[in-house]
Design a protein around this ligand. Structure first.
Ligand code: F1P
Length: 358
């Protein structure tokens, strides 16, 4: 890991990535404080369809949250970029009965997120729940109720611990709504377990990146892992200005695999539920000569044979509790790839921390 005077030793982004296990614990304490969670559950009790909205990382968070919501509660849930209801309101199906909106924004200031919250609340009379990492945000002024996770805020431009903390909070809310006592305890277990893995993982990723260079990056995930694959792509693109693409894992066979060669870096976010089908794609891409990273909870011989890099979480957990830790290898991969390319992930090229429109 970083020597005292290397560019990484003072990086806020790296420090925030490495702080995630502790931050997850603190943000869940914040969520449970002052009866906020109970208040949200009471206010949304009658809502039966959920629409998660956000921009950039917050949209990919919305995708992972929506899939988690349906799997945990059995209710219909979907995700849209905040721009969609603004530009195509009729396609966003805003008149669905008992619709509840959840607007996700780390800053609570992104123009599209604020405009979407206003449109849904004021024009369509849809109850809106905000979730943010900022205090006294414009989002909280608009939404009926807002979950503030202030301990998860960041100095970094790119979203890292804010993404995973808000995802865990929304999963926790879904589990509580479903009367699932196991999931909240599982998150605590996961955070404790992951805190023992994150530093060695960072060292391994830094070494792996140092030894290789790639022409392009592919991120593959199914079901609730697809939103994580989308965020993995964005992390590597934002921090290292690299070209990436995202697919549902099995979709990659249907044409895009034409690009695979030694300079193609493929990251697989392997579920447990459809592990066999996903591992068949992994083995096939290895045979095509691609460089493969497997992010999984349990590795087996087949995964190890087909992977150049394996991250095995190795914990007895409900599958959804693995989504947050599974994004961390890609956060680290994007960071160290950016450093290797002489970039500064704390100040990513062309990006601002918040997109404010006129
Ligand atoms: C959303 C966002 C981030 C992106 C960049 C610009 O911010 O698009 O996803 O990484 O930081 O802003 P927010 O609405 O969650 O504050």
């Amino acid at each position: 890991m970083a020597s005292p005077n290397s560019p990484t030793s003072h990086s806020a982004t790296l420090a925030e990535i490495l702080s995630q296990p502790e931050t997850w614990r603190s943000s869940l304490l914040e969520l449970n404080r002052d009866g906020l969670l109970e208040k949200v559950l009471a206010q949304t009790e009658s809502r039966t369809e959920w629409l998660f909205l956000g921009c950039g990382s917050s949209f990919y968070l919305a995708e992972a949250a929506a899939a988690s919501w349906t799997l945990l509660t059995g209710q219909r849930a979907r995700a849209l970029p905040a721009s969609e209801p603004l530009l195509f309101p009729n396609a966003a199906f805003l008149r669905a009965p008992n619709l509840q909106a959840v607007v996700i924004s780390r800053s609570g200031r992104t123009s599209e997120a604020l405009r979407a919250a206003t449109l849904l609340s004021r024009e369509y009379r849809i109850p809106t729940l905000g979730i943010t990492c900022a205090a006294q945000s414009a989002l909280a002024e608009i939404c009926d109720l807002t979950i503030p996770l202030l301990v998860s805020d960041e100095k970094s431009t790119v979203m890292t611990r804010s993404f995973t903390s808000m995802l865990l909070a929304l999963q926790h809310l879904a589990a509580r709504k479903a009367g699932n006592q196991e999931f909240p305890a599982a998150i605590e277990t996961m955070a404790g377990h992951f805190s023992t893995l994150i530093h060695p993982l960072a060292a391994r990723i830094e070494a792996f990146v140092a030894d290789r260079s790639f022409a392009d990056y592919v991120f593959l995930g199914q079901g609730p892992f697809h939103g994580i694959a989308r965020e993995g792509f964005l992390k590597v693109t934002e921090m290292s200005c690299s070209y990436g693409q995202v697919f549902h894992t099995l979709e990659f066979r249907h044409g895009p695999k034409a690009i695979v060669g030694p300079e193609t870096c493929l990251t697989f976010y392997l579920s447990e539920g459809s592990n066999k089908a996903e591992c068949e794609v992994l083995a096939e891409m290895k045979d095509l000569g691609g460089t493969t990273l497997a992010i999984c909870n349990r590795a087996n011989d087949s995964i190890r044979r087909s992977s150049d890099f394996v991250f095995e979480l190795g914990a007895e957990l409900p599958e959804l509790a693995t989504l947050a830790p599974f994004i961390v290898p890609s956060q680290l991969f994007g960071f160290f790839t950016g450093i290797k390319k002489g970039l500064n992930p704390d100040h990513p090229r062309n990006l601002s921390r918040v997109v404010i429109l006129d």
